[in-house]
Ligand binder design. Structure first.
Ligand code: SF4
Length: 364
């Protein structure tokens, strides 16, 4: 059933959107990058809902005092609220000591209702039967301020994989408007990797690849990856991202697919080990590398690196470095910073591996 009122004289509302499935053919031909989507029907369908929002906003704006609402899940979903800094500055009195914000990921419907509709923001008020096993671990160890680490289970899970071992991390760039033929909008294009190698005697070696030429880096990077990884040894990564990139390279370059997919089959995800067998309350519900690392190797920091301290900064540095007007000295400085940052990521993987295998004192 159409929600557009009959006889209504309207101008169709077409919003231009980037078609993320479109593949850039090269040569400056961007025909097809943008598609227009007619959203008139959806706009009329939600007319009453939006009128309700406006009434609600007017009622709140008319109050003499700001409403008392504790910070919680709503502050980050669906995106970070613009008032975050203000509310945090007020939060000494408002925010509970143990916030439900540390329950990340998929929540049971009943739990979502409890938090969103009933406004529960204190973790202590969340019944255990509304939590899945991981959230229960977060709650238990947050309230007790204790670390969970099933050291035997973690070591057993990694025991089958012998040394030498490799530790891999990619840096990628996502471009809304592709500049390299054969790539799509927002695709994660790898331009750099760092690879540590730990041999049987505990000696640590390192190799890296970084292309700042501005040309499509993918094929040469794939060739270097195949060369550096060899044909044996487990390759440790953190999260499924590296696997996604290797598979994507295999799809783009069918002639390299066999060795790339062989590399993919050797990848071992240390984040999966951490999620199963480790939790520290400082993680605040996150198992990202940047959340877990300070709880295991606090001396291995990112804030003592120069301009590039996280993935977004690496993308910005790459963009600047490949710009034709970037002076040579600046480009060399960005190259140094990118190499240092990516190397820190794989150093972090080595430290996590040592912790999870119980070889923290191993000389390397
Ligand atoms: S940051 Fe403040 S205003 Fe924004 S959603 Fe959270 S509590 Fe509400």
């Amino acid at each position: 059933m159409s929600h557009v009122p009959p006889g209504c004289n309207y101008t169709p509302w077409r919003s231009p959107t980037i078609d993320s499935t479109w593949v850039y053919p090269g040569g400056g031909d961007y025909d097809g990058l943008l598609v227009e989507v007619d959203q008139t029907e959806e706009a009329f369908e939600r007319e009453e809902e939006v009128a309700g929002w406006i009434d609600n906003a007017h009622a709140i704006a008319a109050k003499r005092r700001e409403p008392t609402v504790a910070m919680g899940l709503q502050c980050n979903k669906p995106y970070e609220c613009a008032f975050m800094a203000y509310c945090q500055s007020q939060s000494a009195t408002k925010a509970p000591k143990y916030s439900v914000a540390c329950l990340k990921g998929n929540l049971k419907t009943e739990l979502k209702k409890l938090i969103k509709v009933q406004g529960v923001s204190d973790l202590r008020k969340v019944p255990n039967d509304l939590l899945n096993a991981r959230h229960l671990r977060v709650k238990t160890h947050t309230l007790a301020n204790t670390t969970y680490f099933d050291a035997d289970a973690a070591a057993n899970a990694l025991a089958a994989h012998k040394l030498p071992a490799l530790f891999l991390d990619f840096e990628t760039i996502n471009l809304a408007v592709p500049i390299w033929s054969g790539t799509r909008p927002f695709q994660a294009n790898p331009f750099q990797f760092s690879l540590h190698r730990l041999n049987r005697s505990g000696k640590l070696g390192h190799k890296s690849y970084l292309d700042l030429s501005g040309k499509d880096p993918a094929r040469q990077l794939a060739l270097a990856l195949i060369d550096y990884c060899g044909e044996r040894s487990p390759i440790y990564i953190y999260s499924k991202f590296e696997s996604t990139i290797v598979k994507q390279l295999a799809e783009r370059f069918p002639k390299l697919a066999r060795p790339l997919l062989a590399i993919d089959a050797r990848l071992i995800d240390l984040q999966a080990i951490a999620k199963k067998h480790y939790y520290h309350p400082q993680q605040k519900g996150s198992w990202s590398l940047k959340a877990v690392l300070p709880t295991i190797a606090p001396e291995l920091r990112y804030d003592n690196l120069d301009e590039v301290q996280e993935g977004g900064m690496a993308m910005a540095a790459f963009r600047e470095a490949i710009h034709t007007e970037t002076p040579t000295e600046r480009k060399a400085e960005l190259e140094r910073q990118l190499l240092a940052y990516c190397q820190r990521d794989t150093e972090a993987l080595v430290r996590l591996w040592r912790h999870f295998t119980g070889r923290a004192t191993m000389a390397c």
